[in-house]
Design a protein around this ligand. Sequence first.
Ligand code: GDP
Ligand code: MG
Ligand code: ZN
Length: 292
Amino acid sequence: MREGIIVKALSGFYYVRTAEGLLECKARGRFRLDGTSPLVGDRVRCSVDSAGRGRIDSVEKRKNFFIRPAVANIDALVFVAANVNPVTDPFLIDRVSVIAEEAGCELILCVNKTDLDPGEELERLYRAAGYPVILTSADTGRGIEELRDAIRGRVCAFTGNSGVGKSSLLNCLSPNLGLKTAEVSEKLGRGKHTTRHVELFDLGEDTFLADTPGYASFELEMMKIIPKEELAADFREFRPYLNECRFLDCAHRKEPGCAVTEAVREGKIAPSRYRSYERLYELSAQHKSWED
Ligand SMILES: Nc1nc2c(ncn2[C@@H]2O[C@H](COP(=O)(O)OP(=O)(O)O)[C@@H](O)[C@H]2O)c(=O)[nH]1
Ligand SMILES: [Mg+2]
Ligand SMILES: [Zn+2]
C-alpha cells in the first residue's frame, strides 16, 4: 500500500507522486461505474502488483474540486495579473476571488511584469480588500522568492489571462521544467504541441503547482451556482458591514440604511470591487430566473 497525490492523468493512466517516486496507476473499475473517477490533486492509496503496476484503491475526501480545469484539493489559487501587455481587468480578478472564497482556498494575487509597469493600482486595490499581493517579474526575478514562500507546502494553481506570464513564472520557480512560453509555442504552432491537460508540477517541499491553460475555465461552472444572497460574503472586505444593514435581507443595492453602500461612499470599500459585486449579483439573479 502506498499513498500519494495524483499529479497527472493521461489516457486512462494516473501518475501518482509517492514517497517512493512516481507511480503509474490504473484506477479500480468501480470509480468509473459510480462516477467518482479520480482527479489530478486527489490524495490516493494505491497497491502495486508483482509486475510493478499500480492501482488506485481509494481516494481521500476532497477539500474542493474544479471541473474545468479538472483538479482537486487546491489550497491556493494564484491569480497572475499584469498592468501591461496584457492589462488585467480587475473584474476577472474579482470573479476568481469569489470562486476562491466559495471553494475555501486562498487567493494570492501576483502582479507580474513589474519591470515594465509597477502595477501599484492593483497592489493597493487588492491589499485593501484583504488579499496577499506579490509583485513579480519573470524577467528580472523580482518577487520569485516571495512567491515561493507564499506557496510552500501547498497545492496551488495558477490562473490569469493568457500572456501575463504564468508559464514564465513557473519556469522561474523550477527552471528544470522548461515549459513553453508564448514566444516558443507560437513558433511551434498553436495547439499542435501544447497539451491542454492539467498537470501538477512538483516544486519540492510538498509544493505542487498547476499551470492551467485558460483563465475562464476556473469560473464558469461555479459562478452559475452561487446564489445571489451568498455573493456579498464572498467579498471579504464587505463582511464587517453585512450585519449592520437596516434590513436583514438587504441585497446591498438600493436599500436604505445599507452599511455596505455607505462604506463605499465613505471610501472604505473600493468602488471597483463594489461594481464587480453588482455585476455578479445581476448574473446570478438572471441565472436563477432561467432556472425557475
Ligand atoms: N518584460 C516581461 N515579460 C514577461 C514577464 N513574464 C512573462 N513575460 C513575457 O510575456 C509573454 C507571455 O508569457 P507566458 O509565460 O507564456 O504567459 P502565460 O500565457 O501566462 O503562460 C512571453 O513573451 C514572456 O517572455 C515579465 O515579468 N516581464
Ligand atoms: Mg502559459
Ligand atoms: Zn446592505
